[in-house]
Design a protein around this ligand. Structure first.
Ligand SMILES: Cc1cc2nc3c(=O)[nH]c(=O)nc-3n(C[C@H](O)[C@H](O)[C@H](O)COP(=O)(O)OP(=O)(O)OC[C@H]3O[C@@H](n4cnc5c(N)ncnc54)[C@H](O)[C@@H]3O)c2cc1C
Length: 418
């Protein structure tokens, strides 16, 4: 019998590293190869948009694991190799990298993540125009910000607002340009969007909503600003474009796996062939907390990538346990800490606790009289209470929750008798 050629994990970041770690924790002793396209050992992405103001970003300082951890776990970490071709055969398959290396595998996991959405616009090639997904881009952006006086951020989503807040706190003149009528509109209700607009304005950041960008202007190959449809020119020495990401599904497509806003997986993380797994930002999965959209979603968050990778690792070893994590997320925008528990889509009532003008409040979302989510600004105790209640399928009654003097933790109701 041929030796087990083990598991190949394509993509070496949050989900890929967790997959490898979980396989070992579950007692898998077969070979594990973790291949990543980036040159660095796997590192955390969240600080890339939050800690940019030292002039440089060092991926090594953000590494998930010490260099010797991979050796001790007998995980073969291969960096700087992009897998460009995948083939399946009777023994499992073979992956080929752009550098010509071949990796045989018995089991395959895709943790390819997401790539930034690029704008097709005049001027995006100019010096001083940045996107932000990886450490190399963050390092260039940090250097640009250190020398900049004026910063324009195209896109008022979490990453754009985090960079804007940091740049403003470092004394830059900052303008956020958002195409939609409100900030972070995909993730939060109008009240929280309005809070962010007012909070960033209070800190001196300009916010332009419904901004239609015609082009980026430049001089001598260097960006000088952003021109809007109405002729307004926003001067900038640095422009960050943060307009979302697209899941990386090319390899799944090569294998003929189902793809629909991400690699389609079942509740165990298994792809449509029933044997490959996919986890993290690249995957579209069923989740019991989703109402509508066929009960499916694609999540871009650290807690999800970790938990989903655990589920997928178990499935690779034939131990199927459905993924049921209650979605949660955080965003740090200088002194503003947002924590979100649950999914607010489909809410029919909100309850406000606290004072948005004081940068300390929670917005609780209800549907048919039951709590489904909360946006908590500088209110970690509220966040923990709602997260706990949702994870245990308990309610927090809306009428009592409106009183900020009452701790939400004390309002968590006993489960309803069914
Ligand atoms: C700037 C920034 C700030 C963020 N802040 C937060 C936050 O505050 N809170 C939060 O919860 N989440 C945050 N996130 C999101 C979080 O980092 C992601 O959800 C998480 O990294 C997803 O992990 P992943 O492993 O699925 O994908 P990724 O992190 O995208 O990693 C995928 C890896 O696969 C590699 N890869 C892709 N294709 C191939 C191939 N063919 N061959 C080899 N390698 C390949 C890529 O190079 C990449 O390294 C942030 C993300 C960014 C970019």
């Amino acid at each position: 019998m041929a030796a087990d050629s083990g598991t190949l994990i394509v993509g070496a970041c949050q989900a890929g590293v967790q997959l490898a770690a979980s396989l070992r924790e579950l007692g898998d002793c077969s070979p594990i190869t973790l291949v990543g396209a980036e040159p660095h050992a796997p590192y955390q992405r969240p600080p890339l948009s939050k800690d940019l103001h030292g002039g440089t970003v060092d991926a090594a300082a953000l590494a998930f694991r010490t260099a010797d951890w991979y050796g001790r776990q007998d995980i073969d970490l291969v960096t700087g190799e992009q897998i460009v071709r995948l083939e399946r055969n009777d023994d499992g398959g073979v992956a080929v990298s752009a550098g010509g290396r071949r990796f045989r595998f018995a089991r395959l996991a895709l943790a390819t993540g997401a790539a930034v959405r690029r704008l097709q616009l005049e001027g995006t090639e100019l010096d001083g125009v940045h996107y932000l997904r990886d450490a190399a881009e963050a390092d260039r952006l940090a250097a640009g910000l250190a020398a900049a006086r004026k910063v324009a951020v195209v896109g008022g989503g979490f990453i754009g607002l985090e960079v804007a807040a940091g740049a403003r706190a470092a004394g830059k003149q900052v303008t956020v340009l958002e195409a939609a009528p409100r900030l972070v509109g995909r993730a939060v209700a109008e009240q929280t969007s309005e809070y962010f607009r007012a909070a960033h304005l209070r800190r001196g950041t300009e916010v332009v909503l419904q901004a239609k960008i015609s082009r980026l202007t430049g001089s001598g190959g260097k960006v000088t600003g952003v021109e809007l449809g109405d002729g307004t020119h926003v001067a900038a020495d640095v422009v960050l474009i943060g307009v979302g990401v697209l899941p990386r599904t090319e390899l799944a497509g090569q294998l003929g796996l189902a793809v629909d806003n991400g690699i389609v997986v079942d509740e165990f993380g298994l792809c449509s062939d029933g044997m490959t797994v996919a986890a993290g930002d690249c995957a579209n999965l069923p989740n019991p907390y989703v109402r509508g959209d066929g009960g499916r979603l694609r999540l871009e968050s650290v807690p999800h990538a970790i938990e989903h990778a655990r589920t997928a690792a178990a499935a690779l070893l034939g131990r199927r346990a459905p993924y049921r994590m209650m979605p949660w997320f955080w965003s740090d925008q200088a002194d503003i800490k947002l924590q979100i528990a649950g999914l607010s889509a489909g809410y029919d009532q909100t309850v406000l606790r606290g004072d948005p003008d004081a940068d300390k409040f929670s917005l609780l979302y209800y549907r048919a009289g039951r709590i489904i989510a909360a946006d908590c600004i500088n209110s970690p105790a509220d966040f923990m209470a709602v997260k706990t209640a949702l994870a245990k399928d308990r309610d927090i009654p809306a009428d009592a929750a409106a009183d900020p003097g009452v701790r939400l933790r004390q309002l968590i109701a006993e489960p309803a008798v069914r």
